[in-house]
Write a protein that binds this ligand. Structure first.
Ligand code: UDP
Length: 413
């Protein structure tokens, strides 16, 4: 196991974006845990939402006076191949789960759990996602009284049965489980559960307020995209479920009514994802004929921030979606979003108040909703203000931290 290096964070940095009540509740919850030692365990220090979340909440818990550690599993490529197959299979499809795969999973988990013996005593352990669940075998023997909370960040609605059965052998033995939506629990064997929605961190480079100079410089770097004319944006991995072709269709419909409309399709390109590259190439080829469609990759966080902030409308035309953090990211920057009525998107878009919800198959309808917003400056402004408040109340990090501390306090006592 190893501890990632973390920058200091202070809860005071959230004073401007979170109500005093919430900050007081956080301090009070933390006060009841001042004698406790908490450990979070996951399988990666960088990349992905879980590492992002821990990078914020672990230093914040320490700032609040709760002695909190984060340890990342040490593992071989073999192990990650097994857990990647497990991740895919638990969310849908995967190869057959062999005895060899199970043995690799158990051995690496056992080795990591043994190392915990050198870390002293903990009062509660939070295990994130399925990768470190196998540590339970050892922990039950060495720390039998320590409550274990399992924080599941994935959707277990439609898993491959043999993987769910394997994982359920562990999940039924934890003390409590946390899921991101109630629908995601599916048939997983768990004792008590809580639902905690994901959140965005308002003080990061991607989400913080920017001064006019930074915005202007970042806009210049996005040239030939011009904010003098209307801009519609979708920011998503190049993945079939994100439906970039549907977004193109919606943009074409909107262009019939709105002159000089531009579309920015932004996506991260993971070098190890050949499917993503292929889809990117197809989208880029389809977009090449239209000089007003800009397909952009590898934007830095400031670029994403500025594009979400300066676009007139953001679109999220997913066919399926876990939560869709990009929606809250845009709404937080007061940009209304037209999004599909799938996954976590309807939690974030209040239809007719912070944006519009459309049927995932209805690209034309999405285009028409974009037009409704582009043709009405007042409506966009009003939706933008509603959007900011909606995210402030529900989808900012301090709320997620408060709910997590609630669970920890309940399990600790
Ligand atoms: N993202 C980014 N650059 C890109 C594409 C995505 O920074 O080119 C970020 C985006 O801002 C968000 C995250 O990746 O923070 C995607 O999270 P989301 O929940 O929307 O979708 P996921 O990719 O997890 O399905």
């Amino acid at each position: 196991m190893h501890a990632p290096s973390l920058s200091d964070r202070t809860i005071d940095a959230y004073t401007d974006v979170t109500g005093q009540d919430r900050l007081e509740r956080l301090r009070s919850l933390a006060g009841t845990l001042s004698e406790s030692r908490i450990l979070h365990v996951n399988s990666t220090a960088t990349g992905g939402g879980v590492a992002e979340l821990l990078r914020s909440i672990v230093p914040l818990c320490n700032d609040l006076g709760v002695d909190t550690d984060w340890l990342v599993m040490d593992a071989t490529d073999d192990f990650f191949e097994v857990t990647k197959a497990m991740h895919n299979a638990l969310q849908g499809d995967g190869p057959s789960l062999t005895e060899e795969m199970k043995a690799t999973y158990r051995t690496v988990n056992e080795e990591n759990a043994r190392e915990l013996e050198d870390e002293g005593e903990y009062d509660l352990i939070v295990i994130h996602d399925p990768q470190p669940l196998g540590m339970l075998d050892h922990l039950e023997a060495t720390m039998p009284t320590v409550p274990i909370v399992w924080r599941c960040h994935i959707d277990l609605t439609d898993p491959t049965e043999e993987y769910l059965a394997f994982v359920s052998e562990y999940t039924k033995r934890v003390d409590h489980a946390i899921f991101s939506r109630s629908g995601y629990i599916g048939d997983t064997a768990v004792p008590g559960t809580s639902i905690i929605y994901p959140s965005i961190d308002p003080v990061t480079e991607k989400n913080r307020s920017l001064d006019a100079e930074t915005v202007s410089a970042a806009c210049d770097r996005l040239d030939p995209l011009s904010f003098e004319n209307p801009v519609v944006t979708q920011i998503s991995r190049f993945d079939p479920w994100k439906d970039q072709f549907g977004t193109l269709e919606a943009y074409r419909r909107a262009s019939e009514d709105v002159s000089n409309l531009q579309l920015a399709l932004v996506g991260g390109m993971a070098g190890d994802d050949p499917e993503g590259l292929e889809l990117y190439e197809q989208v880029a080829e389809e977009a090449a004929a239209d000089p007003d469609v800009h397909v952009l990759t590898d934007l830095p966080d400031t670029g994403v921030n500025v594009l979400q902030r300066e676009s007139d409308v953001v679109v999220q035309k997913s066919l399926r979606e876990g939560f869709g953090l990009v929606v809250s990211e845009a709404l937080w920057k007061r940009t209304p979003v037209v999004g599909s009525n799938v996954g976590g998107i309807p939690l974030q878009i209040v239809d007719g108040e912070t944006g519009y919800l459309v049927d995932p198959d209805d690209a034309t309808g999405a285009g028409e909703r974009v037009v409704d917003l582009l043709e009405d400056d007042d409506r966009r402004t009003k939706f933008g203000e509603n959007a900011r408040e909606h995210v402030r109340e529900r989808f900012l990090l301090p709320r997620q931290l408060e709910e997590l501390l609630d669970v920890i306090v309940a399990q600790r006592h």
